[in-house]
Design a protein around this ligand. Sequence first.
Ligand code: AMP
Length: 142
Amino acid sequence: MPAYDPNNIFAKILRGELPSHKVYEDERAFAFLDIMPRAPGHTLVIPKSPARNLLDVSSDDLAHVAGVVQKVARAARTAFDADGVTIQQFNESAGGQVVFHLHFHIIPRKEGVAMKPPASAKEKPEALAEHARKLAAALAAS
Ligand code: AMP
Protein backbone atom coordinates (compact mmCIF):
# COMPACT_ATOMS: atom_id res chain seq x y z
CA MET A 1 0.00 0.00 0.00
CA PRO A 2 1.41 3.49 -0.83
CA ALA A 3 2.60 5.72 2.04
CA TYR A 4 0.34 8.38 3.56
CA ASP A 5 0.49 11.60 1.51
CA PRO A 6 0.50 14.63 3.88
CA ASN A 7 -0.68 16.85 1.01
CA ASN A 8 -4.05 15.15 0.52
CA ILE A 9 -7.09 17.47 0.65
CA PHE A 10 -8.27 16.34 4.09
CA ALA A 11 -4.79 16.79 5.63
CA LYS A 12 -4.89 20.37 4.28
CA ILE A 13 -8.34 20.87 5.85
CA LEU A 14 -6.99 19.57 9.20
CA ARG A 15 -4.07 22.02 9.02
CA GLY A 16 -6.47 24.86 8.19
CA GLU A 17 -4.91 25.36 4.74
CA LEU A 18 -8.26 24.71 3.03
CA PRO A 19 -11.71 25.77 4.28
CA SER A 20 -14.39 23.36 5.50
CA HIS A 21 -17.84 23.46 7.08
CA LYS A 22 -16.96 22.07 10.50
CA VAL A 23 -19.56 20.04 12.38
CA TYR A 24 -17.51 18.62 15.28
CA GLU A 25 -13.94 18.49 16.57
CA ASP A 26 -12.14 16.87 19.50
CA GLU A 27 -8.51 16.08 20.22
CA ARG A 28 -8.45 13.04 17.90
CA ALA A 29 -11.20 13.50 15.31
CA PHE A 30 -12.74 16.10 13.01
CA ALA A 31 -16.11 16.13 11.21
CA PHE A 32 -17.10 18.39 8.32
CA LEU A 33 -19.62 18.48 5.49
CA ASP A 34 -18.98 16.80 2.16
CA ILE A 35 -18.93 19.53 -0.52
CA MET A 36 -20.77 17.25 -2.96
CA PRO A 37 -23.42 15.79 -0.64
CA ARG A 38 -25.32 12.70 -1.69
CA ALA A 39 -28.14 13.92 0.60
CA PRO A 40 -28.53 17.04 2.79
CA GLY A 41 -26.30 16.76 5.88
CA HIS A 42 -23.76 14.38 4.28
CA THR A 43 -20.85 14.55 6.75
CA LEU A 44 -17.31 13.15 6.74
CA VAL A 45 -15.61 12.04 9.97
CA ILE A 46 -11.82 11.71 9.96
CA PRO A 47 -9.09 10.95 12.49
CA LYS A 48 -6.50 13.65 13.09
CA SER A 49 -3.74 11.03 12.85
CA PRO A 50 -2.21 10.48 9.41
CA ALA A 51 -4.04 7.31 8.36
CA ARG A 52 -4.52 6.55 4.67
CA ASN A 53 -7.58 4.37 5.30
CA LEU A 54 -8.98 1.54 7.43
CA LEU A 55 -6.05 -0.69 6.48
CA ASP A 56 -3.33 1.35 8.21
CA VAL A 57 -5.15 3.23 11.03
CA SER A 58 -4.33 2.22 14.62
CA SER A 59 -7.11 0.32 16.37
CA ASP A 60 -7.23 3.05 19.06
CA ASP A 61 -7.81 5.81 16.51
CA LEU A 62 -10.33 3.66 14.67
CA ALA A 63 -12.26 3.04 17.89
CA HIS A 64 -12.30 6.76 18.68
CA VAL A 65 -13.46 7.69 15.17
CA ALA A 66 -16.18 5.02 15.33
CA GLY A 67 -17.52 6.69 18.49
CA VAL A 68 -17.61 10.04 16.72
CA VAL A 69 -19.35 8.45 13.71
CA GLN A 70 -22.09 7.21 16.04
CA LYS A 71 -22.40 10.62 17.75
CA VAL A 72 -22.68 12.45 14.40
CA ALA A 73 -25.08 9.85 12.97
CA ARG A 74 -27.42 10.32 15.93
CA ALA A 75 -27.22 14.12 15.56
CA ALA A 76 -27.84 13.83 11.80
CA ARG A 77 -30.98 11.79 12.43
CA THR A 78 -32.30 14.53 14.72
CA ALA A 79 -31.14 17.55 12.70
CA PHE A 80 -32.46 16.25 9.35
CA ASP A 81 -35.44 14.33 10.71
CA ALA A 82 -33.94 11.29 8.95
CA ASP A 83 -35.65 7.91 8.73
CA GLY A 84 -32.25 6.22 8.44
CA VAL A 85 -28.53 6.89 8.12
CA THR A 86 -26.14 5.37 5.56
CA ILE A 87 -22.48 4.96 6.60
CA GLN A 88 -19.91 4.43 3.84
CA GLN A 89 -16.14 3.94 3.97
CA PHE A 90 -13.85 3.11 1.01
CA ASN A 91 -10.30 1.72 0.94
CA GLU A 92 -7.82 2.25 -1.94
CA SER A 93 -8.84 3.09 -5.53
CA ALA A 94 -10.10 -0.43 -6.18
CA GLY A 95 -12.35 -0.03 -3.14
CA GLY A 96 -13.76 3.30 -4.37
CA GLN A 97 -11.51 5.62 -2.33
CA VAL A 98 -10.71 9.00 -3.94
CA VAL A 99 -9.22 11.01 -1.04
CA PHE A 100 -6.46 9.13 0.79
CA HIS A 101 -7.04 10.17 4.39
CA LEU A 102 -9.34 7.77 6.28
CA HIS A 103 -12.92 9.05 6.29
CA PHE A 104 -16.39 7.78 7.08
CA HIS A 105 -19.39 9.14 5.16
CA ILE A 106 -22.52 9.77 7.24
CA ILE A 107 -25.54 10.29 5.01
CA PRO A 108 -28.98 11.06 6.52
CA ARG A 109 -31.70 9.26 4.55
CA LYS A 110 -35.43 9.70 3.98
CA GLU A 111 -37.69 6.75 3.29
CA GLY A 112 -38.03 6.28 -0.49
CA VAL A 113 -35.52 9.02 -1.43
CA ALA A 114 -32.48 7.78 -3.38
CA MET A 115 -29.01 9.18 -2.72
CA LYS A 116 -27.58 11.40 -5.47
CA PRO A 117 -24.76 9.76 -7.44
CA PRO A 118 -21.26 10.34 -5.99
CA ALA A 119 -19.64 13.70 -6.86
CA SER A 120 -22.74 14.83 -8.81
CA ALA A 121 -22.98 18.50 -7.74
CA LYS A 122 -21.23 20.96 -5.46
CA GLU A 123 -23.62 22.30 -2.82
CA LYS A 124 -24.00 26.08 -2.34
CA PRO A 125 -21.82 27.40 0.53
CA GLU A 126 -24.91 29.01 2.15
CA ALA A 127 -26.70 25.65 2.26
CA LEU A 128 -23.62 23.91 3.67
CA ALA A 129 -23.26 26.61 6.34
CA GLU A 130 -26.91 26.13 7.37
CA HIS A 131 -26.58 22.31 7.44
CA ALA A 132 -23.38 22.53 9.53
CA ARG A 133 -25.14 24.89 11.96
CA LYS A 134 -28.08 22.46 12.35
CA LEU A 135 -25.77 19.50 12.94
CA ALA A 136 -23.56 21.37 15.40
CA ALA A 137 -26.68 22.45 17.33
CA ALA A 138 -27.97 18.84 17.47
CA LEU A 139 -24.53 17.68 18.66
CA ALA A 140 -24.40 20.36 21.34
CA ALA A 141 -27.82 19.25 22.61
CA SER A 142 -26.85 15.53 22.67
P1 AMP B 1 -14.16 8.87 -1.29
O1 AMP B 1 -12.64 8.94 -1.13
O2 AMP B 1 -14.55 8.02 -2.45
O3 AMP B 1 -14.83 8.42 -0.04
O4 AMP B 1 -14.70 10.29 -1.67
C1 AMP B 1 -14.17 11.49 -1.18
C2 AMP B 1 -15.29 12.41 -0.79
O5 AMP B 1 -14.71 13.65 -0.41
C3 AMP B 1 -16.33 12.74 -1.87
O6 AMP B 1 -17.63 12.46 -1.35
C4 AMP B 1 -16.13 14.22 -2.15
O7 AMP B 1 -17.35 14.88 -2.45
C5 AMP B 1 -15.53 14.71 -0.84
N1 AMP B 1 -14.68 15.89 -0.95
C6 AMP B 1 -13.70 16.13 -1.84
N2 AMP B 1 -13.10 17.30 -1.60
C7 AMP B 1 -13.71 17.83 -0.52
C8 AMP B 1 -13.55 19.03 0.24
N3 AMP B 1 -12.63 19.95 -0.07
N4 AMP B 1 -14.37 19.25 1.30
C9 AMP B 1 -15.33 18.33 1.63
N5 AMP B 1 -15.51 17.17 0.96
C10 AMP B 1 -14.73 16.92 -0.10
